[in-house]
Write a protein that binds this ligand. Structure first.
Ligand SMILES: Nc1ncnc2c1ncn2[C@@H]1O[C@H](COP(=O)(O)OP(=O)(O)OP(=O)(O)O)[C@@H](O)[C@H]1O
Length: 308
């Protein structure tokens, strides 16, 4: 199998699996990373995603994770993995590929840019919910980062790239430095659910203070990296103010898993909403009540005059 990866599949071309003869029409490139390219493809009338790998071994571990997630999925839920095969590229060489569920939506950062930052608390809660599901099944996501979170309408969240998913207790297989708790001298690089919560906290900072976070990674000596440095950035962000205590607890490993983290996040959300409704000024509440009374009076008048 080839290791150098220059494969380019043209829109409209049809890929036929070498062994199982599955036929997939290529629509467009969805994204690419260190492990390969991901294309949007169509089989019959179904939209699916095809990952073509630079390295068959890397791809195989992603396939194994998806297979075991499919075994654990609840009845009727959409599968993660649809097909695994090899293909001949336009250059005549052989490449491995697999077909997975197509995740609709935009990346987390673009979603918040387009829809507004006020979606962040809800999207955060949904993301914690996704992680909680994985944790309950005995997995740690591992490579949690902005690029691996897709968001669809109404803040619906899906994770992509299962290349970092690791069974609880093993060493993290794939990670991205700034999201890694080992990089911040804040814990081992081993798969426990708290590892994902640390990355989630960094992801919150990355979303709101990307420039300051990037600058920090450049200026700090490796031995000086710490969660306190991360917290200092978070403290400078107005948007992160309501979740500061949560971020500290997540980075310190105080939540056993994402379910616990989600519960605490939900409480924060609820408190914010309650405070918001309490902060509606009295005159506005009075205005609403008066409008209600006027409306009731008008309906009463209509009923009396038209129907009686
Ligand atoms: N199932 C999918 N549905 C829709 N888009 C996807 C899907 N899988 C991947 N993508 C898109 O393709 C991009 C690259 O895919 P992926 O992260 O799996 O590649 P990678 O080589 O493992 O990347 P990395 O270098 O980050 O590990 C993703 O960031 C995402 O935008």
């Amino acid at each position: 199998m080839t290791t150098s990866f220059k494969l380019e599949l043209r829109r409209g071309s049809v890929v036929v699996g070498k062994w199982k003869l599955g036929r997939y029409r290529v629509e467009r490139l969805l994204g690419e990373g260190a492990n390969g390219k991901v294309y949007l493809v169509q089989r019959d009338r179904e939209w699916l995603a095809m990952k073509v790998g630079a390295d068959a071994v890397d791809l195989q571990s992603e396939i194994n994770v998806m297979k075991s997630l499919d075994k654990q999925k609840s009845h009727g839920a959409e599968p993660f993995l649809y097909d695994v095969d090899d293909l001949y590229g336009p250059d005549g060489r052989e490449y491995s590929f697999y077909i997975m569920r197509y995740v609709r939506g935009t990346t987390l950062a673009s979603y918040l840019k387009e829809q507004g930052a006020e979606w962040f608390p809800l999207v955060g809660l949904n993301l914690l919910g996704k992680l909680a599901k994985l944790h309950r099944a005995g997995w740690v996501f591992g490579d949690l980062k902005v690029e691996n979170v897709m968001v669809a309408d109404y803040g619906h969240v899906e994770l992509v790239d299962y290349g970092g998913v690791t069974a609880v207790g093993k060493s993290i297989r794939q990670f991205t430095e700034i999201y890694d708790r080992g990089y911040w001298n804040s814990g081992p690089r081993s798969a426990d659910p708290k590892y994902d919560l640390f990355s989630f906290a960094v992801l919150c900072i990355q979303l709101h203070e990307p420039k300051r976070l990037h600058a920090l990674t450049k200026e700090l000596l490796p031995q000086n990296r710490s969660m306190d440095e991360l917290m200092e950035i978070a403290q400078g962000s107005a948007a992160l103010k309501p979740v500061l205590g949560w971020l500290r607890r997540a980075m310190a490993g105080e939540f056993a898993n994402a379910s616990e983290g989600a519960e605490a996040w939900r409480v924060l959300l609820h408190r914010r909403e309650t405070r918001r409704s309490a902060s509606i000024p009295g005159w506005l509440k009075g205005l609403a009540a008066t409008s209600g009374l006027l409306l009731a009076a008008s309906i009463f008048w209509l009923v009396i005059n038209i129907f009686l």
